[in-house]
Design a protein around this ligand. Sequence first.
Ligand code: GLN
Length: 258
Amino acid sequence: MDARVLLRHVLKCTAARLAGWPEQRLSAREWEDYRALVERRVAGEPVAYLVGEREFFGRNFMVTPAVLIPRPDTELLVELALAHFSGEPRLRLLDMGTGSGALAVTLALELEGADVTALDRSREALWVAMANAAKLGASVSFVQSDWFSGLGEERFQLIVANPPYIAAADPHLEEGDLRFEPRTALAAGPAGLDDLAEIIAGTPHHLEPGGWLFLEHGYDQAMSVRSLLADAGFAAITSWKDLGGIERVSGGRWLGRA
Ligand code: GLN
């Protein structure tokens, strides 16, 4: 399957064309390009980086090694945001650690009239996110910010994040695609909870009363995240399962003042 995706990328053709015209001969140049991509794939580079894009929620996002490759798991965050906020006029929404912009751009396009802000610490990631917003026709305000540092006093009705949440010593970081993705987008301290904890502690100062926080987290972190949310004073604390039946997103509602 990877070979076919790479070949389609070199020939700039559809799957149907590839299947329907298998006797097509490659030019010397095409063959060279294809071999080079196959060699990089064999050495482990993710297909998404080789072809420069990955689909998320039905749209193609440009990706580079400066950003995490969007995962289907994260579509759960989109669905939760839509379920809670569809039809809300002038929704003020913040995506923290936007990376490729997959979440911010998707939500800006799916929630009509929403006022979407997306932040990232990485300038390279912000370039990718901005390119995706422009390509897909989404209006998003981008801010370079190390979590809350560049945010000012703004408050939002919804904050979402897919932060780094893998334990620094997790052997998966040395396997498969993860080896090629930005470590800063993946690893978060000894238990993988450092960034989740920092976000949870800071969001009360950036949520309107009644606003929601939704966070993606690791397969075994739901209980820890719920207890961090409880410690910070969130209400209506809930975890939601992804398509694999794993608690993948937890969130809560901010009712008080901070
Ligand atoms: N879900 C990703 C993985 O386990 C990690 C993404 C993240 O750290 N936010 O491969």
